[in-house]
Design a binder for this molecule. Structure first.
Ligand code: NAD
Ligand code: WQD
Length: 340
């Protein structure tokens, strides 16, 4: 069974391709390489022992997308990862984010419709919940105002797919709302390759530990949480990746009751920033140079998932814990030192 994976050379896409190949899917990988490297393809091939069919295409180019889908109109599904994902960059350059993330989605949906591709999985984000009032967050938790243009592109994307599903009853979609993906493949052959400065906590930690950055600043220890630092739901990228294979099989096996369903992908555990640092130090035996700084604008106090729906319906369970994730993130940082 063939699946088209957009954004496949990126962080989550590359781990998902490995999981799909392990589960006997054939993969067509599409990416414009704007935020990833072709190098990743070679490493995916090393891990899987399989060759990847890769197309360097900008998904905002409608004709290129239609040509690709015309060539692969026998695909059983599409997993759409491709998007720009930096919250601060989206605040600085909102039009870039709206154009890239929405135009690419519209072109992919148009092609899915034109070639009657039956199944679609979309990368959404916990950021669609905004400042959620209720914890843990379930799929029914009301969607609040987006905190950034990036988050808004995910809310709009979900709305577009819901409308699309209404008028295309034979096409089945799943929206997967990821919480905070971290870590890397256990082989340390693939992982997140931050472009310039990292955006997220874990690459900040590993880059500080290896000496690329002088110090980590914990953004606030005066929040109303157990140790004063923010709480998030960190989840190993390989667990996120496997959920895509399960979601696709769920649709292929026609187990869905709605043609546009939504699932939270989080570990279900709320973990503080200081606890993440402790887990890193324990797993890797590295001492981290960190200091407590001011709160970061726009940070919510705490957010974590209720993942019951994915566990029950997709039969999804996390295989990795926080320390596994920190160890794998560190192994990948060490590997990147050799590579780049
Ligand atoms: P990533 O930046 O590593 O991967 C995204 C890939 O999409 C990159 O390889 C990039 O080159 C490609 N891309 C972007 N625009 C494109 C276009 N117009 N045409 C073709 N390719 C294009 O990001 P990731 O962390 O792997 O995220 C994957 C998806 O998951 C994104 O949609 C992101 O918004 C979503 N998401 C990520 C996180 C996270 O923390 N990593 C959390 C929630 C949701
Ligand atoms: C995690 C925690 C920071 C860096 C983002 C996006 C969200 C989603 C997931 C895509 C926070 C603290 C961080 C540092 C710190 N992505 N921190 N010092 O903000 O939860 O979510 O990624 O959809 O949309 O907003 O992730 O990794 O930036 O921060 O103390 O140097 O680490 O304050 O509490 P965040 P993050």
């Amino acid at each position: 069974m063939k699946v088209i994976v957009t954004g496949g050379t990126g962080y989550i896409g590359s781990h998902t391709i490995v999981d799909l190949l392990e589960n006997n899917f054939d993969v067509v990988c599409v990416d414009n390489l704007s935020r990833s490297k072709k190098y990743t393809l070679v490493e995916i091939e090393k891990i899987s022992g399989k060759k990847i069919n890769f197309y360097q295409i900008d998904l905002c180019d409608k004709q290129a997308v239609l040509d690709l889908f015309s060539e692969h109109n026998d695909a059983v599904g599409v997993i759409h990862f491709a998007a720009l994902k930096s919250v601060p960059e989206s605040v600085e350059n909102p039009l870039l984010y709206y154009t890239n993330n929405i135009d690419s989605l519209l072109n992919v949906l148009l092609a899915i419709q034109q070639f009657s591709i039956p199944n679609f999985v979309f990368s959404s984000s916990c950021s669609v919940y905004g400042n959620a009032e209720q914890l843990p967050v379930t799929e029914q938790t009301p969607i609040k105002n987006a905190e950034s243009p990036y988050a808004h592109t995910k809310q709009i994307g979900e709305d577009i797919i819901r409308n699309f599903a209404n008028t295309n009853p034979r096409i089945n979609s799943i929206l997967l709302r990821y919480f905070n993906p971290i870590g890397a493949h256990p082989s340390a052959l693939i992982g997140e390759i931050p472009i310039d400065q990292p955006n997220n906590l874990v690459p900040y930690i590993t880059q500080t530990a290896i000496g690329k950055l002088p110090q980590l600043t914990v953004f606030g220890n005066d929040y109303p949480t157990r140790d004063g630092s923010n709480i998030r739901d960190y989840i190993h990228v390989c667990d996120i990746a496997h959920a895509h294979t399960l979601a696709l099989n769920f649709l292929i096996d026609k187990k869905n009751t709605s043609n546009c369903d939504v699932f939270n992908l989080g570990s279900g555990n709320g973990v503080s920033v200081l606890e993440v640092i402790q887990a890193f130090e324990k797993a890797t035996l590295q001492k981290l140079n960190y200091t407590i700084g001011a709160r970061r604008a726009g940070d919510v106090v705490a957010v974590y998932a209720d993942n019951t729906k994915a566990a029950k319906q997709l039969n999804w369970q996390c295989k990795y814990n926080l320390e596994d994730a920190m160890q794998s993130a560190w192994n990948w940082e060490l590997k990147m030192q050799e590579l780049f």
